[in-house]
Structures are given as C-alpha cells and as structure tokens.
Write a protein of this length. Structure first.
Length: 225
C-alpha cells in the first residue's frame, strides 16, 4: 500500500530483457535506504518487488505484461522515475490509498504553465471515465492528485511548482503515456453496487407453502390414536 506522495525520482540505469523477465535497474538515494530484497517500491506508481539492492541502486524483475500495460515500454537509460517506498503502519497518510496496481495508461493532451502552476490535461483509457469526478483522487505516475475537471474521457489536474520539480512530470510532454490508478474506494463501491443490482434482478424462487402448525398438530395427533 502506498500514499501517492513521491519520495524522490530515481534514474534508469538499464532496462533489458533477461532470460526470465525484464530487468529494471535504477539509481536511487532515499528509496534505497534500508530497502532489502523482497520489499515493495512503487515505480511510476507500479508496485514492484526489489530483486537486488545495494547502496544507491535498486533492481526489479518486470513481467512482459507489466511492461506492455504501463508506460515502462517507453523507459530509456537516463529517464527519471517516481519512487515511493510502501507505507509503514506508523507513517503519515499524506495522499490517498494507492495500491500500486495500474489500471491503464492515459495520454497527455496538453501540459501548459499557467502563472506559477501547471495545468495537465489527459485522455483516460477506455472505461476509465466512470471513476473520474471533480475533486476526486487519482494516482498519476504514482502521484496522488486531485481531479480538477472531468468531461467525457478527458480530465485535468493542477500541478504545483514543487510537485512538478521533484517528480518525473518535469520530463513529460504532450503525447506521452502516464500510468493511471483510479481511486480504490470508487472501484470497491462500483463492485458492491453492481453485485447488489445483480442480486436484486435475480428471479426469486417461489416460497414453499407449509401447512399451518395447527393442522400439522392435528395430523400427528390423529396418527397417535
């Protein structure tokens, strides 16, 4: 579990296909501190398991499916990636609940500076618009953000200068893919309401008619005479 508060950006050292999986190797400072093999790290919002760790460097095995369904396919040596270690029980919940399971990629349509801030417009993947509501939460490349506008399959978020400077958004351009994870609570509510609707629409079995208790008692008494 993560919060969507990016701790730092790492730098891609290598991303190569191995015998069993793709191997992603990153340079990292804060995220590598105290991290051991088997720990979970969110890389651009995608939960990955640390396969190797040493001072200032982390390595991960990446499934071909993960590479295909995220923006990892576009990773190149030198690229910045957002990093967040998993939430500790005694940690602060600064953003919102983020599982690290990417729902799909969105496409940046516009990234414009407005005053000191940045306005980012994204086209959501098919089926994603139903989870978007103004002032709702969304994780974008692992960053917890608030939806400012939502219309059809497009939505927009505002980026403050600090977030822009300390995340990989500083390298993003129009046309780039970004990893999206929609609000976990919204997906649970949808699942529960769909189940409730399915249950309500099921044809009900007719109730079995049972003889009144008095009649049953009379029949039993008659047999005992």
């Amino acid at each position: 579990m993560f919060t969507g508060i990016v701790e730092e950006t790492g730098t891609v050292l290598a991303f190569r296909r191995g015998a069993r999986a793709w191997r992603l190797r990153l340079s990292a400072a804060l995220a590598a501190e105290g991290t051991r093999v088997g720990d979970s790290i969110a890389v651009n919002g995608c939960c990955l398991t640390v396969a190797a760790a040493q001072e200032g460097e982390l390595s991960f095995d990446v499934l071909a499916q993960t590479r295909r369904l995220t923006n990892f396919a576009a990773l190149r040596r030198g690229a910045a990636v957002n990093l967040e270690r998993s939430l500790r029980p005694d940690g602060r919940m600064g953003g919102h609940f983020v599982s690290g399971h990417i729902d799909g990629t969105g496409r940046i349509e516009a990234l414009a500076r407005r005053g000191r801030d940045y306005h980012l417009t994204i086209r959501a993947p098919a089926g994603g618009a139903r989870y978007l509501v103004p002032r709702g939460s969304i994780a974008l490349d692992g960053i917890s953000l608030t939806v400012a506008e939502a219309e059809a399959d497009r939505f927009a978020v505002w980026i403050i200068p600090h977030t822009f400077a300390v995340t990989c958004l500083r390298e993003r351009r129009a046309g780039d893919a970004v990893n999206l994870e929609f609000d976990l609570l919204a997906k649970y509510v949808e699942n529960l309401t769909n189940r409730a609707a399915d249950h309500a629409n099921r044809p009900r079995r007719p109730k079995r008619r049972t003889a009144p208790a008095q009649s049953v008692g009379r029949r039993v008494a008659g047999r005992l005479r």
